[in-house]
Design a protein around this ligand. Sequence first.
Ligand SMILES: Nc1ncnc2c1ncn2[C@@H]1O[C@H](COP(=O)(O)OP(=O)(O)OP(=O)(O)O)[C@@H](O)[C@H]1O
Ligand SMILES: [Mg+2]
Length: 244
Amino acid sequence: MFNSHSTSKNHLAPILVDNISLELNNRLLINGISCQINAKGISVIMGPNGAGKSLFMRCLHGLATPNSGQIFYAEKPLSPDIQKQQSMVFQSPTILRRTVLANMLFVARQRGQLNPKTSIEYLAQVQLEHLAQHPARLLSGGEKQRLALARALITRPTILFLDEATSNLDPTSTETIEKNLQLVDQQGTKIILVTHDIGQAKRLADDVLFLNRGILTEHGPARSFFKSPASAAAKSYLAGQLVL
Ligand SMILES: Nc1ncnc2c1ncn2[C@@H]1O[C@H](COP(=O)(O)OP(=O)(O)OP(=O)(O)O)[C@@H](O)[C@H]1O
Ligand SMILES: [Mg+2]
């Protein structure tokens, strides 16, 4: 069932999650998750608060280490080298105490992008060009989040992880971020995102992974997930009910 979103017909090596579990403080928080995620497209992780979505994403990106099981990218086990090619945007981004442009340049230089014009282009892409010389700490929440996305994009990651990157943002900032995600998706960047915004998931998702109590209860194409979710937990989540 977990492999219903099969990648066997395409030539791109997928992300393979092989029976990972994570226990912290004697609580089994990720419980034997196995799945195969396409190497391209937008995969959306959904589920109630505390389901383990952020922890699962941290495992995928190598920020948390499962107690058992393994994660493979294109058949290679997750390693610091693979992690370096990926980027993650968090719900509350860390913004450096310098200008917006300097925030970009700091990341860009680490990736050998020495031309400030490139940083300006990425800022324009998230509609922040006019604030390039502005102290980044003074940006609004939505502007900070757009800066965080531009900083992630300038690294040209193979995989872009976003953990509730648009929660509490106004529709314009959300739309700017979604348009950028659609653009980089078309350019071939794999996107894995966590959201509670069902509308956003419907707009963006190619496939949906639904987590409940640390278990991957279903994984499949977005269209069938939203039309007829297989698990009772996902059904009530989509119906806006409490999942206890
Ligand atoms: N470092 C940690 N140590 C111990 N428990 C943790 C740790 N991080 C998360 N947890 C617990 O693991 C469970 C899953 O947390 P996680 O943050 O992954 O949930 P989530 O699905 O992202 O929820 P939300 O929708 O609220 O962001 C929670 O019960 C949380 O308290
Ligand atoms: Mg979370």
